[in-house]
Write a protein that binds this ligand. Structure first.
Ligand code: PLP
Length: 385
């Protein structure tokens, strides 16, 4: 049976060229980068080369790059580390209602510890309401975290504007760029008011379990884990050299081949969108097409259960997602769609399709054909029709 993988916002296939460069580091260059011998020196040298490569791609300094164990870990280190460090200046922190749980639950944990948290609203397109954001800022606001683009809808957020407002108010600004790194060009010299930024390997064709944290020079974090001197004590633990080599290679490929990939993926996503619009009724498009990451299409089939659509698609080899993968074990409707003002019925019937460079037009045509069969079948037995 044909397999069409349309769940690339959940995770991606590891690129062959990435596996190739990593393999040497499991069996040959396996020294501990902290060791004082030739094998350790070699591992350290390669690790620092990878750090330098990532810094160049982001247009920042290599000492501003820290390796972590995941996007979630980078988010936790940035959010809790900044909140604790700057607590003496105030205890008010701000995030949005549509963040990934790595961010939302970090704020919830801080809220339990006594921090005062405000949650910014989004409009019906899932984009931050800047006026609401401005109205939330108080004299004691010390920290703001707003994602670069949403994982469920692909909506791109006005983070440069938000970071400028933060700078003007002496507030530290963090962005979760897990869904944009490698897809949108991020230039930290130009985006000069971003203080902290996180991303993850497995969304850019590197392995799971490797993350990056950018911390601008002059911004300080209180470490939330304790151990050795690794990653200048921001993230103690022996560095995962093979995966660090892998994420640097994957990011380099993504940047070097960006224009070609963007053109290919955007054309297919827009074709998919037009096919959906043309072939289905009782749908709501949750992705703001003109202002979204070009690989994402989130659509609600009104009155239907997202999970039953997903399982039927999966039987035909099509892998998609309802909301974020991390909430697929919960039957709660997506907090992102609810924040956008969608009702429960619409939120429950949402499917997220997320494309990669490996998808072809034939894959999209096959998906549309199967989707037509699936929706007709499920609507026939649905009490909502
Ligand atoms: N932030 C966003 C926006 C994500 O989409 C994800 C993963 O889905 C994460 C953070 C967590 O990254 P990781 O899976 O590397 O912990």
């Amino acid at each position: 049976m044909k397999t069409v993988y349309l769940d690339n916002n959940a995770t991606t296939k590891v690129e062959d060229r990435v596996i190739e460069v990593m393999s040497d580091y499991f069996s040959n260059i396996y020294g501990n980068p902290s060791s004082i011998h030739d094998m350790g020196f070699e591992a350290r040298e390669k690790l620092e080369e990878a750090r330098e490569k990532i810094a160049q791609l982001l247009n920042c300094k290599s000492e501003e790059i820290f390796f972590t164990g995941s996007g979630t870990e980078s988010d936790n280190i940035a959010i809790k580390g900044a909140a604790y460090k700057y607590q003496k200046n105030g205890n008010h922190i701000i995030t949005s209602k549509i963040e990934h749980h790595a961010v939302l639950n970090s704020f919830k944990a801080l809220e339990k510890e006594g921090f005062n948290v405000s949650y910014v609203n989004v409009d019906k397109n899932g984009i931050i309401d800047i006026d609401h954001f401005k109205s939330l800022i108080k004299d004691n606001t010390i920290f703001v975290s707003i994602m670069h683009a949403n994982n469920e809808t692909g909506a791109i957020q006005p983070i440069e504007k938000i970071s400028d407002i933060c700078k003007g108010n002496n507030i530290i600004f963090h962005t979760d760029a897990v869904q944009t790194t490698g897809k949108l060009i991020i230039d930290l010299e130009k985006m000069k008011n971003i203080d902290l930024l996180t991303f993850s390997g497995h969304k850019i064709h590197a392995p799971k379990g490797i993350g990056v944290l950018f911390k601008r020079k002059g911004v300080h974090l209180k470490p939330i884990m304790h151990g050795g001197h690794h990653e200048r004590k921001i993230r103690p633990g022996t560095e995962n050299v093979p995966y660090i080599i892998g994420i640097a290679k994957a990011f380099e490929i993504a940047q070097n081949e960006h224009d070609k990939n963007e053109k290919h993926i955007r054309e297919l996503r827009d074709y998919f969108y037009n096919q959906i619009i043309g072939n289905f009724d009782k749908i709501i498009i949750n992705t703001p097409i003109e202002n979204s990451v070009y690989n994402t299409l989130n659509v609600s089939f009104k009155g239907l259960e997202g999970e039953s659509i997903l399982l039927t698609l999966s039987e035909k080899g099509i892998m998609a997602s309802s909301g974020s993968a991390c909430t697929s074990d919960s039957l709660d409707p997506s907090h992102v769609l609810l924040a956008m003002g969608r009702d429960h019925l619409t939120a429950h019937g949402s499917i997220r399709f997320s494309l990669s460079k490996y998808i072809s037009k034939e894959d999209i045509d096959y998906t549309i054909d199967i989707l037509k069969e699936t929706i007709t079948k499920i609507r026939n037995i649905s009490p909502y029709k």
